[in-house]
Design a protein around this ligand. Structure first.
Ligand SMILES: Cc1ncc(COP(=O)(O)O)c(C=O)c1O
Length: 400
């Protein structure tokens, strides 16, 4: 390679983005493709949020801002943590970045030394291991099972902790499985973490608001105050507020960590878009009722997809508590042959053949560290989802 840094050889491009791009290319070539690969709501950003952005532009809020966020947004974030999670944070304990992804990136790059371990329960969001490796750390994958609904148990967590463990990355509701931890399930994990005082918790609460069937969301620092001093609580407006393109995420934690993250951001991107920050102030402080309305649609879609997938030969799909993903197993199809003559030897073959034969784009489980599974995002128009699930049923029925 020569010119390109060695550190880049440790990481790979995001496979979810790669598959979405392939689906887009096929569509552009005129193929009838339904993409269930992207992790973003199909709903538009609410009007009051857009108007707040337009007003900010017209007011001239178009200059550099404080590196890690305007005070108005930090105050809105502090109020959100108090109101929704019962957590007290001062503005100086809060950082705002260009999406939740930058907050995670800053936290890991600002803290990891060579040899540090980061526990990553699998299946995991694609970016966690790569950011850890880019930072020079070692991701320690801890598998979960379909039987435990993809949740980590206290015993398994205890066994994964070593003297070199720096962080546990915790994500509930999860991308890709949709699994969310109840208070009791999370309490069992925090009991373990309390004993290991050198381990910090990076909790990715991005899907907090997207939970169904009266499920009650909880976050580690809320249920275990003894972890407050070593927890970074990360969240953002991308998913619940339908603002993926605006690029605003935030985190709260000990001031020393927040300061280190700010230092890093000051030498990389500086502030997130001033306009998006004002839009996020309105998102957090404004009416929240559209979230309930959107969730009603998401829940109907989840139930539709789970039911139709479980009627597909060889597929088994648990019902997740939250997010907008399902993570079915395709184990029953491994070893079968498609009408094209292609043998299905892995979830990657399954996803690739499904796209070629039926024009349905899903993401293979290997990308998230747990095979043989695949991820479907049901943040797509209901009719398209129904059509896609019928195609999956036909595809599975035609395998021999
Ligand atoms: C679990 C999880 N965390 C973080 C992010 C990043 O969010 P953002 O778009 O705000 O960077 C995503 C987006 O897909 C996600 O699924």
């Amino acid at each position: 390679m020569g010119f390109i840094a060695d550190s880049l050889n440790r990481i790979k491009p995001s496979q979810t983005i790669a598959i979405s791009m392939k689906a887009r290319d096929l569509k552009a070539q005129g193929r009838d493709v339904i993409a269930l690969s992207a992790g973003e709501p199909d709903f538009d950003t609410p009007k009051n949020i857009k108007e707040a952005a337009i007003a900010a532009i017209l007011r001239g809020e178009t200059k550099y801002t404080a590196v890690d966020g305007i005070i108005e947004l930090k105050k809105a974030v502090a109020a959100k943590f108090k109101r929704e999670n019962g957590l007290d944070y001062e503005p100086a304990q809060i950082t705002v970045g260009t999406g939740g992804k930058q907050v995670l990136f800053n936290a890991l790059v600002a803290t990891i030394n060579p040899g540090d371990e980061v526990i990553v329960p699998a299946p995991y969001w694609v970016s966690y291991p790569d950011i850890v490796m880019l930072a020079g750390g070692t991701p320690v994958f801890v598998p979960t099972t379909l039987e435990t609904n993809f949740k980590l148990s206290a015993e398994v967590l205890e066994r994964a902790i070593t003297q070199r463990t720096k962080w546990l990355i915790f994500n509930s509701p999860s991308n890709p499985s949709g699994a969310a931890y109840t208070r009791a399930e999370l309490k069992a994990l925090t009991e373990v973490l309390v004993k290991h005082r050198h381990v910090w918790v990076l909790t990715d609460d991005m899907y907090e608001h997207l939970v169904y069937d009266d499920f009650r969301f909880v976050t580690p620092a809320q249920i275990e105050p003894r972890l407050y001093e070593r927890t970074l609580t990360m969240n953002g407006v991308s998913k619940a507020y339908c603002m993926t393109g605006w690029r605003i995420g935030y985190g709260a934690g000990p001031q020393s960590l927040i300061k280190a993250m700010q230092k890093l951001q000051s030498q990389s991107t500086s502030n997130p878009s001033s306009i998006s920050q004002w839009a996020a102030v309105e998102a957090l402080n404004g009416p929240q009722d559209f979230i309930t309305a959107n969730n009603k649609v998401f829940k109907e879609r989840r139930d539709l997809v789970v039911s139709m997938l479980n009627q597909s030969k060889g597929i088994s799909c648990p019902t997740p508590e939250g997010a907008f993903y399902v993570y079915p197993s395709c184990e029953g199809l491994i070893g079968k042959t498609a009408p094209s003559g292609q043998r299905i030897t892995s979830d990657e073959d399954f996803a690739s053949e499904l796209l070629d034969c039926e024009g349905v784009a899903v993401v293979h489980g290997a990308a998230f560290g747990m095979e043989p599974h695949f991820r479907i995002s049901y943040a797509t128009a209901t009719e398209a989802l129904e059509d896609a699930c019928q195609r999956i049923q036909r595809f599975c029925a035609n395998l021999r």
